[in-house]
Design a protein around this ligand. Structure first.
Ligand code: ADP
Ligand code: MG
Length: 342
């Protein structure tokens, strides 16, 4: 066969295979875009576990009419311009392919108004070449992305969707993690028209434990120790549960590197080691930890879904985390010394 360039939609559908696994992956990409746009409030509406509708509405910076078409094109991003930008990345997105991918496997409409524009505009991509049509719309400052009939044109993918309840469960779990990553953003989740979660933003001087409890529950809060440690340009903050707060599953292990949620082997190993003998083999630690490092020290471009990182100084990071956890648990288990200020 002769070599041909793939039509845009097909190329995007192939890329979608990597990032758009299920409705929760769509929610992740859209909510991360809202966060990158500086939103302080994000409303998520789901119908039928996300297979019928996923709508994410935010009050962020919005997209100008001139940029709407680009927002739907592959490899189009406002977040990085050069390799240097990538190496110092602080935004959650940078690949510039989420919207293009999602719109190739659904009916996606994006409606937006940036503050400097008087009217809102709405765009969607059609046909093999995904030509974008733009129409006037009504919308306050911010952005709404509506994804209807996910995988309607990729039957193989659609077949892999689980029940409405399972898919919604994944979305709910994802949003718990996101709610933990940014206490300063209000997040509302509705399913089939019914409000399911309302995470109210915690103001700067507010009490973070309120949100922690809303996401992780009373038991977690009851057994949580606060950790905070800095070593050179590395900071570890958050909460870890004493062994009394251990779980039967690894469902309460939340870790964020530069506000990005991570499931990282190195970090998990360091934490497990920090708990050392204090957990039985069938027990799992419960923690919510935030690691902040110089973005030059990590590579987030390891996996398209971006839940793995590579630390340049892996050993150092490992030992730092291990020591922080170990010390915090030791301190909590040893009797408080008389006469020491606290
Ligand atoms: P990436 O996030 O990697 O840049 P996306 O395909 O997710 O790629 O988004 C493409 C571009 O569209 C973004 O770089 C951003 O400029 C714009 N965009 C997407 N969603 C929003 C939003 N909710 N608010 C403002 N701009 C957005
Ligand atoms: Mg994005």
């Amino acid at each position: 066969m002769a070599i041909q360039i793939l039509p845009a939609r097909l190329a995007n559908q192939i890329a979608a295979g990597e990032v758009v696994e299920r409705p929760a992956s769509v929610v992740k990409e859209l909510v991360e875009n809202s966060i990158d746009a500086g939103a302080t409030r994000i409303d998520i509406d789901i119908e039928k576990g996300g297979s019928k509708l996923i709508r994410v509405r935010d009050n962020g910076s919005g997209i100008s009419k001139a940029d709407l078409q680009l927002a739907l094109s592959r490899h189009a991003t406002s977040k990085i311009h050069t390799l240097d930008d990538l190496e110092a990345i602080m935004s959650l997105g940078f690949r510039g392919e989420a919207l293009a991918s999602i719109s190739s496997v659904s009916r996606l409409t994006i409606t937006s108004r940036p503050a400097e524009q008087q009217e809102a505009w709405s765009a969607y991509a059609e046909g093999r070449d995904m030509a974008v049509s733009v129409k006037p719309a009504a919308h306050p400052v911010g952005c709404t992305v509506e994804v209807v009939d996910l995988f309607f044109n990729t039957p193989a993918r659609r077949k892999f969707l689980r029940t409405e309840k399972t898919e919604f469960g994944h979305i709910d779990e994802l949003l718990r993690r996101i709610a933990l990553s940014r206490f300063d953003i209000t997040i509302n989740l509705r399913h089939n028209g019914t409000p399911v979660r309302q995470y109210r933003r915690v103001p700067e001087q507010g009490d973070p434990v309120r949100r922690l409890k809303a996401v992780c529950g009373q038991k977690f809060v009851d057994h949580a120790l606060r950790v905070e440690l800095t070593h050179h340009d590395m900071t570890l903050r958050g909460w870890i549960c004493t062994p009394e707060g251990a779980r039967q599953q690894n469902d309460m292990q939340h870790c964020f590197v530069n506000q990005r949620m991570m499931k990282d082997k190195l970090i998990n190993h360091a934490i497990r080691q920090g708990y050392e003998q204090s957990l039985a083999p069938d027990q799992y630690a419960a923690f919510v930890l935030y690691i902040d490092v110089d973005p030059h020290q990590v590579d987030v471009n390891v996996h398209p879904a971006k839940h793995e990182v590579r630390f340049h100084q892996a050993r150092l990071v490992h030992d730092f985390i291990f020591q922080a956890i170990f010390d915090a648990l030791q301190q909590a288990s040893s009797p408080v010394l008389e006469g020491v200020d606290n």
